[in-house]
Design a protein around this ligand. Structure first.
Ligand SMILES: Cc1cc2nc3c(=O)[nH]c(=O)nc-3n(C[C@H](O)[C@H](O)[C@H](O)COP(=O)(O)OP(=O)(O)OC[C@H]3O[C@@H](n4cnc5c(N)ncnc54)[C@H](O)[C@@H]3O)c2cc1C
Length: 532
């Protein structure tokens, strides 16, 4: 390790690695510092159960890899990263043993929806096609540029002609819930339940006012889930390879404890073992705002007002994810396959939500620190589409359940007591719909609770897997605070480039890509990449 670099980046998640690789390709001497023993952050793939079973501990579904500029600019696919877009993307199975299936083929999806409501199938087709007219363009403008204000977004939408063309993105959407949108456009509760679940698993909870604005984009991308072959961690390796190939360095087991400030400028960092590293041009943090401002900076480094806001006003998701990772000897055989055989080929299956109201009730409970009445997780089997993630003839399974971080006022530590019991409830829920998922076919299983999330990835404060609430007040240029919404900070040379920033968490690469644009302006870098 040298004692000085041009750019010092804190955190080697996909955002830290992405920013590092771009800056290294721009000729800067770059170091990316990671507190864990390996790079990747949320891109962790581990043999949690038995040897040869590869479990994606966090990010499993990568939606934006076909449109994110860094995937092309950093030649990620030449670094051993391969994606599959599964043919049968996601299904919902219901208590009456019916199933609705979303394919990567619109006609087939509409055919499945029409078994519940022909009218809803037509509506879905219309909304999907309408969204496809502009979603990529809009998402490109919205996600891969420093954020606009809500007002500017309205103007942008108008210039796309969207408000004239459809009711999708009217001003009203910015005040309404996804439930409102679903009730306005769809009739069948099961169709609505499927769409509401899809939104929630993307972080957009259906009963929060204002989130209807994101729903058209969610419909447009509903069949765009990609699976990283060999495990999500392959993407982290790919980004790291690009960084290394261009002279950048990633150092693991290097926890940053403080940022050095000289005359109002960030000039380096100190690691928790005391090692000091100077930054000639910039320091970029991709970790949580609280750590960056309250722990890494001294009390006098930022003004008291901003410090107070970071302490009191940063908003985190009020719900988290409970996971169960399974090693399986059999593929699930759903009862609902007699109604819809393709449910057995679905990458992800939502278990048991028959209406958006059922989801509302569960989210209400979760926000009060309670477990949902019944476990209704979703179940993914990556091996259906990527046989390399398990030994021959075996399969890797994943259950994900919406859950609180802090339980009934007993705090997150209560997960240590109930984690295995709750995992068994989730497995039972799967078994109710797919009876061959039982003691015989399950070779091993491991729970991963909301409390485990920040223990492993400390920047996911309170199990907040999105690194900041997804709500209208915490979006665009207001994320994470209006003062910090443009990737710059009041300290010269200190930037924010992680999921705390616009657009939000997920494997989008967008916070890093957008921070890059700002850094390039400040350092007068030649923009060799394709600017959106
Ligand atoms: C259970 C779960 C399921 C998820 N599922 C999905 C999914 O299916 N699809 C999807 O797109 N997203 C998913 N996510 C979200 C996704 O993982 C995150 O949005 C993404 O990892 C954020 O990337 P990042 O680079 O901003 O931050 P991170 O990936 O969190 O990387 C930040 C890095 O900084 C390191 N760090 C923290 N503090 C320090 C310090 N002081 N010094 C040095 N390094 C430090 C951390 O160890 C970490 O490696 C999931 C998350 C969880 C928890």
């Amino acid at each position: 390790m040298r004692d000085a670099y041009d750019a010092v980046i804190i955190g080697a998640g996909h955002n830290g690695l992405t920013l590092g690789a771009y800056l290294a390709r721009s000729g800067l001497e770059v170091v990316v510092l990671e507190r864990r023993h390996e790079e990747g952050g949320g891109l962790a793939t581990e043999e949690l159960t038995l040897p040869g079973f590869l479990h994606n501990v966090h990010a499993n579904y990568h939606t934006f890899v076909d449109m994110a500029p860094p995937v092309k600019d950093l030649e990620v696919r030449t670094h051993g990263v391969t994606y599959i877009r599964p043919e049968v993307q996601m299904a919902s199975v219901f208590d009456d043993e019916t199933a609705l299936v979303v394919y990567n083929d619109l006609d087939k999806t509409c055919e499945s929806i029409s078994r519940f409501s022909a009218e809803d199938a037509d509506t879905f087709r219309r909304l999907y096609l309408e969204a496809h007219g502009y979603v990529d363009l809009l998402l490109g403008t919205l996600m891969y540029q420093p954020p606009m204000s809500v007002k500017e977004l309205t103007k942008a939408l108008a210039s796309f002609g969207i408000e004239d063309r459809s009711e999708f993105l009217g001003v009203k959407l910015r005040r309404e819930t996804i439930n409102w949108f679903l009730d306005k456009h769809f009739t069948n509760p099961k169709v609505k339940a499927h769409l509401a679940f899809h939104a929630a698993i993307c972080g957009y909870v259906n009963d929060l006012p204002g989130l209807a604005i994101g729903f058209p984009l969610l419909i447009g991308k509903i069949d765009n889930w990609h699976l990283c072959v060999g495990g999500s961690h392959r993407l982290a390796h790919g980004l790291w390879r690009d960084l290394a190939r261009h002279g950048g360095v990633m150092i693991s087991d290097a926890e940053v404890s403080s940022i050095a400030i000289d005359s109002g400028r960030a000039v380096g960092v100190t690691l928790s073992d005391g090692t000091q590293i100077s930054a000639r041009k910039l320091v970029a943090s991709t970790v949580d705002v609280e750590q960056t401002f309250l722990e890494m900076l001294g009390e006098t480094d930022i003004d008291a007002d901003l410090r107070g806001k970071v302490k009191n006003d940063i908003r985190h998701q009020k719900w988290s994810l409970f996971s169960v990772h399974l090693a399986l000897a059999e593929l699930p055989a759903y009862k609902a396959a007699s109604f819809e055989p393709d449910v057995d080929r679905a990458w992800v299956v939502n278990l048991g939500y028959g209406s958006p109201e059922e989801l509302n009730v569960d989210f209400e409970a979760i926000r009060r620190g309670r477990l949902p009445g019944l476990a209704k997780p979703n179940a993914a089997v990556n091996s259906l589409y990527d046989p390399t993630d398990a030994p021959p003839g075996k399969y890797t399974g994943l259950l994900r359940q919406f859950a609180p971080y802090s339980l009934n006022g007993r705090g997150p530590a209560a997960w240590d007591e109930i984690g295995r019991w709750y995992a068994s409830q989730c497995i039972q829920a799967w078994s109710n719909f797919a009876p061959n998922i039982n003691e015989k076919s399950i070779l091993d299983w491991v729970p991963y609770s909301p409390a485990d999330i920040p223990s492993k990835i400390r920047n996911m404060v309170d199990g907040d897997w999105m690194m900041g609430e997804v709500s209208l007040d915490n979006m665009l240029d207001r994320r994470p605070l209006p003062e910090l919404g443009q990737y710059r900070t009041p300290i010269k040379g200190l930037y924010l480039a992680g999921s705390t920033q616009h657009p939000h968490g997920f494997i989008t690469f967008a916070p890093a890509y957008n921070a890059l644009q700002v850094i390039a302006e400040d350092l007068n870098l030649d923009k060799w990449w394709n600017v959106i």
